[in-house]
Design a protein around this ligand. Sequence first.
Ligand SMILES: NC(=O)C1=CN([C@@H]2O[C@H](COP(=O)(O)OP(=O)(O)OC[C@H]3O[C@@H](n4cnc5c(N)ncnc54)[C@H](OP(=O)(O)O)[C@@H]3O)[C@@H](O)[C@H]2O)C=CC1
Ligand SMILES: N[C@@H](CC=O)C(=O)O
Ligand code: NA
Length: 445
Amino acid sequence: MGFKIGLLGLGTVGTGTVQILLNPSQRHPLVQELELYRVGVRSLEKSRAIDLPPSIITTDLDAIVTDPDIDIVVEVMGGLEPARLLILKAIAHGKHVVTANKAAIARYGAEIFTAAEKAGVYVLLEAAVGGGIPVIEPLKQSLCANRLHTVTGIINGTTNYILTRMQTEGGDFASILADAQRLGYAEADPTADVDGLDAADKIAILASLAFGGRIKLPDVHCEGIRQVSAADIAYAEKLGFVIKLLAVAKREDLTTETPTTETATLQVRVHPTLVHTSHPLASVNGVYNAIVIEGEPIGQVMFFGPGAGAGPTASAVVADILNIAAILKVERGAATRSNGQPLLDPLLACSHQDYCTIAPMSDLVTRFYVRFLTRDFPGVIGKLGTCFGNHNVSLESIVQTGLRDDLAEIVVVTHHVREGNFRTALDEIRVMEAVSSIASTLRVL
Ligand SMILES: NC(=O)C1=CN([C@@H]2O[C@H](COP(=O)(O)OP(=O)(O)OC[C@H]3O[C@@H](n4cnc5c(N)ncnc54)[C@H](OP(=O)(O)O)[C@@H]3O)[C@@H](O)[C@H]2O)C=CC1
Ligand SMILES: N[C@@H](CC=O)C(=O)O
Ligand code: NA
């Protein structure tokens, strides 16, 4: 018996989610057990990027969240209302919920999670922060043994795109914003992005998870990037900095022996910040996001990746769905298995039976760097080039870099070539009279 999904919204993220659900091949086997059961939209007339049976699409979203057959409601419609009401109604009807809606969670998280706890259902939100970057689950699970003290992120792709272009092209804010809108990165109303409100919603969620308490959104200090000028960016560059819109959540009391949530004082803020070019966040450019999390004893970890977009965001949405489906599978298995064998969580347990086929290194296609030491005979470079050519190894460059111990040093960089061909050529070169040694061979990324 599969797990029935009720999807609220078939826009960017909803479409990406459907594309994964309908193409389970080579994904986790549990994806095959997810059934797209109903899809709720605003308009039935709108043309869609994917073909779905008309019978499963509806404008009656209430009917989805109350449908007794549906196990998991996926809210990717966005906005505050009716999203909030639909999430609450789904919870009241015993549905687990997956949402990408940072705006609703940052404002109504307390109400939603209280209701979920009462109803005994999960509300998961990996897609709400950092899009496809796994950051919510690591905060809840992988990092949970740590005392975390700082979360610092570039968590709005639109503003990072604008600042990156201002940095690289010296353009001004207004014209690049117009480009970002034309390219579909910034929304028609870009206020939430450029004024830092979207990042504020996200850092409130991260702070809440990192520090184990609720955050009131109005307490988050929030400045956007409208006032950042080309002149500021140029001066910052001269001083060795780039300007980034950073979202920061910091806990100050970790010097005490036993810090507690009650005594913790947090800073939670969003503002344009000069970041030294040597800092890992300085090289996070374009629409990419990254989050640096610091704590004891882990030290510092950084999560980097695509913070938005259909595919990346859907990756996070479906991961949440699978987490819930895995729990339901264990619950159902525990109730139905009669052979006495316990059913393990399919995402945590290893169920592999077969060995993978590993390609031999000789089939690898890569670039190579190789350094030869040769006697300084005329025509050596030509001989090397001819031998590589005979074996279909195309060269990007071949240069004599100088003399070392009376031997000529020749450095070759290849184009992408088959490793087997390259090695055969090297075997021939190694025994050439002019060649003293092959001093080093490295692969080039
Ligand atoms: N886009 C992204 O890259 C990311 C988005 N998110 C979040 O994901 C959520 C969805 O975003 P996105 O996919 O971009 O949004 P879109 O605007 O592309 O899609 C919204 C979908 O919801 C439907 N919808 C909206 N309001 C209603 C309503 N009142 N009744 C019925 N259907 C409704 C729309 O229906 P119709 O198609 O008929 O208009 C549409 O299918 C938001 O919370 C957003 O913040 C999070 C991370 C990244
Ligand atoms: N508008 C957001 C999209 C995802 O949350 C952004 O620009 O990062
Ligand atoms: Na995420």
